[in-house]
Design a protein around this ligand. Sequence first.
Ligand SMILES: Nc1ncnc2c1ncn2[C@@H]1O[C@H](COP(=O)(O)OP(=O)(O)OP(=O)(O)O)[C@@H](O)[C@H]1O
Ligand SMILES: [Mg+2]
Length: 251
Amino acid sequence: MPVEKDTAFFSVSGLAKHFGGIHAVEGLSFALARGEIVGLIGPNGSGKTTTINMVTGALKPDGGAILVEGIDMARSPANLFARRGVARTFQVPRLFRRMTVLENLIVPALSDPAERRAGAEERARGVLAFLRLDHLADSYARALSGGQQKLLELGRALMLKPRLLLLDEPFAGVHPRLLEEIIEHIRSLNRDGHTIVVVDHNLEAIQSVVTRVMVMARGRKIADGAVAEVLRNPEVVHAYTGSRATHREAR
Ligand SMILES: Nc1ncnc2c1ncn2[C@@H]1O[C@H](COP(=O)(O)OP(=O)(O)OP(=O)(O)O)[C@@H](O)[C@H]1O
Ligand SMILES: [Mg+2]
């Protein structure tokens, strides 16, 4: 029997964030079904990271609603989002560079007062095994390659036992061999029931993990649907070709 699409899991409507005169995000609405995996793309500065910041409680929206299972969390602090199973990774990994890989995983888990250190360490070792980073458990985070840092960043989010994972550029600056591995991990997390939003500029990698993609340009959503269709959309093509020069500069 087909599972009914549960769009009540997560949605935003009319979301807005302004920085002075810049409309970083304007009138953004979308819904995610439980277990869905969706790409969020758009030229540099189109509002993708600002969106992630708002839907994880790191930035308070200037307007709009963020519904997690029907409850509006637009005014809630970041720790409440984490408690309700919303976790993210950062575009630039935010690791504790002078701590070991294992410690980097244990620290976020200990923000939950119910978690004991022994339990956190056991879970951290499980996460390391899943990410195939176990051989690096005692290495300093600063010694990791760019791709390994992205993996550890993902591991830190997994320690929060998320149901919704927002990944901000998980493929950027990653060696092609590790890229395949990261793609495989994302697929596997989705198969295990995680709802996932993947933000990235690597459209080929995005297409290999999602079937639906949303496109932002200048703070607004300009397309949302099946990948092939969306990438043919003239407005999307225009948004990308019109900004290609800026994109190259930013790389
Ligand atoms: N803290 C801030 N203060 C002022 N302006 C900001 C701030 N954060 C973002 N902006 C601006 O808001 C707009 C959206 O930025 P955002 O980082 O969300 O874009 P993005 O789509 O993630 O871009 P990229 O692909 O380069 O990561 C940009 O014009 C950016 O300069
Ligand atoms: Mg960004």
